[in-house]
Design a protein around this ligand. Structure first.
Ligand SMILES: C[S@@+](CC[C@H](N)C(=O)[O-])C[C@H]1O[C@@H](n2cnc3c(N)ncnc32)[C@H](O)[C@@H]1O
Length: 495
């Protein structure tokens, strides 16, 4: 099994997976084993936390070239250009991991190997969908994003997290929020993740302030598409993060049990992961990690947002495979929903996994019988109930139905049967009871009425003229015959 990236079309050509180069160095799981327990991580890929400040200092005096990108739903997010990353690698040359330099510079169109580089330098298509979905979540207040503890799993260029940071600063929201940015490669964190967070924050500064922070007597160039990382800019970034109670935590290295232990202390309640389920080897690790991390956070509510292509041709990962796997390991604390995005030939999906640690525990430990008054006679009441009440009854019945069938009361069975198979929603019959006979009598009445009306009008009409009776017609025919009238040559011959 293998996995490859081409770098010829640098910005968005993330469909270049193929099946040639990868050596899988991790173990596969059998059906009953936990992937987290069997997934082997090499010592050099063990997860490691890094200080934001230290990474920022490595960027001092670097000019970041950037561009703005618009998501399918029209939201703007800024991103460091890939050629600029390569430029920095070339300039630093010896200090940077030689394998990475070889991949990105010497083999410009190189395939990228599993366990060396996993595609983090490019922004993948679904990360833009994730940005749109996050905008929706914030806008509709579906989850308190600005006061949550976020993990972007396999962040790469971290557009979703960068967007959240930008929005938080635009809103001047001061609730405590943390973001753990994790990627397989430390260099990805250093060269694109952190720069993108910095750029998106800087985009919220008034232009005079940005000018003041990024220029001095020596570096007086100020361009639209560039940000010079000065000491003043780094200090201001740190100061403003503190003011708005934001902490950024960086973790490099591989997913696995140890990774989950490293992030556990952050009480993650919102996980974002874009384009990380492409490999059948790591897909179960991603699925189990999402469950494990949300459960261990001990928070009342949690949410995971996974953006992915429906199918990763050549490498085996897919949305269906992920959903099947996750559904096989989840319990009633988790609710999985998936929606498809069909705006190009390559279909994509957004999977939401809600975690309800508090409510489900209560429901699970004491799933009380639903009273007859509450769920009785649903057939006559159901369609008049408000949508929210219908949803509550469905959820409560679902919890009850997790018990053995014989423990359900007759009213519960009847209600469950009606909701599943009853005549409502799309199964509602075309005609309500009595409607057919009503239609029959209305149509019959109309026909009889029209006949009566016709007869009435006819009785009032004048007598027809004498020239229209039979006798007149016959005499007229005889006359024409006697005159040898010819229907082809006309009456002129009669005279
Ligand atoms: C295809 S890229 C997607 C990057 C980014 N999320 C996006 O959508 O643009 C896959 C990401 O998952 C990370 N990744 C893949 N396998 C990993 C592993 N075993 N451990 C940690 N990170 C991994 C890579 O470093 C990379 O950033």
């Amino acid at each position: 099994m293998s996995f490859a990236f081409g770098f010829t079309n640098e910005d968005l050509s993330d469909d270049d997976l193929n099946g040639n180069n990868t050596k899988i160095e991790t173990t596969q799981t059998s059906q009953n084993e936990s992937a987290l327990d069997t997934f082997q991580v090499r010592p050099e890929h063990q997860p490691q936390a890094h200080s934001l400040n230290q990474i920022l200092r490595t960027l001092e005096n670097v000019r970041l070239t950037l561009d703005n990108y618009t998501t399918p739903n029209g939201h703007i997010v800024y991103r460091r250009e890939l050629f600029d990353v390569k430029h920095q690698i070339m300039m630093e040359d010896k200090d940077v991991s030689s394998k990475l330099s070889e991949l990105l510079i010497e083999r410009n169109d190189a395939d990228v190997q599993s366990n060396v580089y996993e595609g983090g330098f490019k922004s993948w298509e679904c990360s833009y969908d994730a940005v749109d979905e996050i905008h929706e979540i914030i806008d509709k207040n579906r989850f308190p994003v600005f006061s949550s503890s976020i993990l972007e799993l396999g962040c790469g260029t971290a557009l979703p997290s960068s967007f959240i940071l930008k929005q938080k600063f635009e809103d001047r929201n001061q609730q405590a929020m943390s973001i753990v940015l994790s990627d397989f490669n430390y260099d990805v964190l250093r060269l694109v993740t952190v720069p993108n967070m910095l750029i998106n924050w800087a985009s919220t500064l008034p232009v005079e302030e940005l000018h003041r922070l990024t220029t001095d007597d020596v570096n007086c160039r100020f361009e639209n598409n560039e940000v010079l990382v000065t000491e003043a800019l780094i200090n201001e970034f740190g100061r403003q993060l503190q003011t708005l109670n934001v902490s950024l935590i960086l973790v490099s290295g591989s997913w696995g049990r140890e990774f989950n232990n490293v992030v556990k202390g952050n009480k993650i309640d919102f996980i974002i992961s874009s384009e990380t389920i492409y490999s059948t080897t790591t897909l179960p690790v991603v699925a189990e990690s999402i469950k494990d991390i949300l459960e261990k956070a001990g928070t009342e509510h949690g949410l995971a947002l996974i953006a992915a292509k429906n199918i990763y041709f050549g490498v085996g990962g897919s949305v269906i495979e992920f959903l099947t796997y996750f559904n096989s390991i989840k319990d009633s604390h988790f609710k999985v929903e998936s929606k498809e995005i069909v705006d190009s030939s390559l279909r994509r999906s957004l999977i939401s996994i809600g975690y309800d640690g508090f409510n489900s525990t209560v429901a699970k430990s004491a799933p009380r019988t639903l009273s007859n008054a509450y769920i009785g006679n649903l057939e006559s009441r159901w369609t008049t109930l408000p949508k929210e009440d219908q949803q509550t009854i469905i959820e409560e019945l679902k919890t009850r139905m997790e018990l053995p069938w014989k423990e359900l009361s007759p009213a519960e069975k009847k209600a469950a049967y009606y909701i599943s198979f009853g005549e409502w929603g799309p199964r509602r019959p075309l005609y309500a009871p009595g409607e057919k006979s009503q239609i029959f009598w209305i149509v019959t009445g109309c026909v009889v009425g029209s006949i009566a009306l016709f007869a009435g009008i006819k009785s009032l009409a004048k007598k027809p003229p004498a020239s229209l009776n039979r006798e007149w017609q016959e005499k007229s025919d005889e006359y024409l015959k006697s005159k040898n009238a010819n229907p082809f040559s006309g009456y002129s011959q009669i005279q």
